[in-house]
Ligand binder design. Structure first.
Ligand code: NAD
Length: 305
């Protein structure tokens, strides 16, 4: 659009997060073309929520003012950008919302800039519940002018927008946030297992932690809801969490920062990925710790079974 405002949006990746985020944009009145590599996913979204389903990435982005990508990894983002090809034209703003690899995103941004296309990174935090309510935290990396151009689009999906630096910086910050989430989850499960062996009730322990200094996001939003309930369906994949911790470690390596604790954390999440198999929810990580101990939280003692 001539005044630089964004109305026509190509939304690429209608997954656990993309679906509710795209739904918020429809609700806010944006004109959306949606595409997902999973057959029928975009068509189902268009029927159930709205917008136009595109048959491929290139048709989705043709004529768009902005392109949003929210895909599992930077590798998928690279594939999607390749598939867009020449349909992505000068003046279009690419808002990369995946939890990606900062160096990869900087590489994408550089090649796109050579074609007159600006990319910012805008990874999100808050999970599926806050994606549904449009209450995500959005962490921004890129040029200030491009970020202010994206502002009305981002405000339809998030309420806390923080510009942390140049392109890729949002994703570095996001990976470090998830490193803390991943470590907090692991140490919390370990504490619950110790407590249960001692004779404490894990559900009571969670209440005590939430009223005490041991409280963290997992004690507040994960242990009772998804672990002790044995539901393991928070809507964020274990593979994705393992990827995020690896990205944090990569940022540590790139900055020559010793990361002994983060390295152990990554090895545990990566091991759980191998042991539990693909497609698990990240809260199933508790089952890895349970197997190490031979005890099920809130359930029977495996060693005695
Ligand atoms: P998801 O696996 O549910 O969805 C990803 C979607 O991308 C899938 O529908 C897949 O078919 C599609 N896809 C893959 N490659 C594609 C391509 N080349 N072109 C088009 N579509 C393609 O993942 P998600 O949970 O929605 O997460 C997406 C990103 O957001 C990840 O980087 C994740 O780490 C991050 N994230 C997730 C959560 C969460 O709670 N789920 C929270 C914050 C951030």
């Amino acid at each position: 659009m001539s005044n630089g405002s964004l109305h026509r949006i190509a939304f690429i990746g209608i997954g656990n997060m993309g679906w509710p985020m795209a739904a918020r944009l429809i609700e806010a009145g944006f004109d959306l073309a949606v595409f997902d590599a999973a057959p029928d996913r975009a068509a189902r979204f268009a029927t159930e929520v709205g917008g136009h389903a595109a048959g491929d990435a290139a048709s989705a982005v043709r004529g768009a003012d902005a392109v949003i990508t929210i895909l599992p990894t930077s590798k998928h983002v690279g594939q999607a950008l390749d598939a867009m090809g020449d349909a992505l034209t000068a003046g279009t703003l690419v808002i990369e919302m995946s939890s990606g690899v900062p160096t990869a995103t900087r590489g994408f941004a550089e090649s796109l800039a050579a074609r007159g296309v600006t990319m910012i990174d805008a990874p999100v935090s808050g999970g599926v519940p806050r994606a549904k309510t449009g209450d995500l935290a959005i962490i921004l990396g890129g040029e200030a002018q491009a970020i202010s151009r994206a502002d009305p689009v981002l405000r339809a999906m998030g309420t806390t927008l923080t510009h942390v630096g140049g392109v890729g910086s949002g994703q570095a910050m996001k990976a470090l946030n998830n490193l803390m989430g991943a470590a907090g989850f692991l140490i919390g499960v370990e504490a619950l297992l110790i407590g249960q062996r001692f004779g404490l009730d894990p559900a009571v322990m969670v209440d005590v932690l939430n009223a005490s200094t041991g409280m963290n996001n997992s004690t507040q939003k994960k242990f009772k809801q998804f672990v002790l309930s044995r539901r393991f369906d928070a809507g964020f994949g274990l593979d994705l969490m393992a990827k995020d911790v690896s990205v944090a470690l990569e940022v540590g390596r790139d900055t020559n920062t010793p990361t002994p604790f983060a390295a152990l954390c990554r090895e545990m999440w990566a091991s759980a990925q191998g042991l539990l198999g693909p497609g698990q929810d990240h809260t199933a990580m508790a089952q890895f710790s349970e197997r190490l101990v031979g005890e099920t939280l809130g359930g029977g003692n495996r060693a005695a079974e």
